[in-house]
Design a protein around this ligand. Sequence first.
Ligand SMILES: [Zn+2]
Length: 203
Amino acid sequence: MAPATRRPIIVVLSALVVAIIAVAVHQVPRSASPSSYTSASSPAAPTEPRRAAGRADGVVPAGVTVFDGTVPAVANLDPGLLAALRQAARAAARDGVEFHVNSGWRSRTYQNRLLREAVAKYGSEDEAARWVATAATSPHVSGEAVDLGPAAATRWLSRRGAAFGLCQIYRNEPWHYELRPGAFAQGCPRMYADPTEDPRMRP
Ligand SMILES: [Zn+2]
């Protein structure tokens, strides 16, 4: 009698142990990757505390749209930009196109992490500056820029965005959009080749 009643308990317990190990093993790479990155030496922003950036810093989970107001990357966007994005997204939906937010508002911590990653990837601060701004100059940190996808969304915006005040700013970043309210009447301003031509990027 006793072994018969004990066996199910053992089965349940060992299943629990397996589940706990599975969860623990699964979490190791996720928590290890930011710290393994942050241990890499980089000349950018050496005084910034190197904690891992998370959702509260503007890291965007997969499948987020401009309507996901609970995601900080979306919720902390400039209200005018967000309203224009939602208006445009409703019009795009009628053409069967959905806007996905790949990046929106970012904390200074997250922006500095992206900059360090870009310096490591491109090999110099000058080359990295063509793609990633500093926390002091990035329009993502001020909530005034959004990176959208997929290609169908940016194609739609390149044709129709100006009517909503939404403009591509840099020729090398077809995904990066900002609000230019005058675009409704005058069209979008001439694009910069890349962010290094943008006077806002100069400290
Ligand atoms: Zn951007």
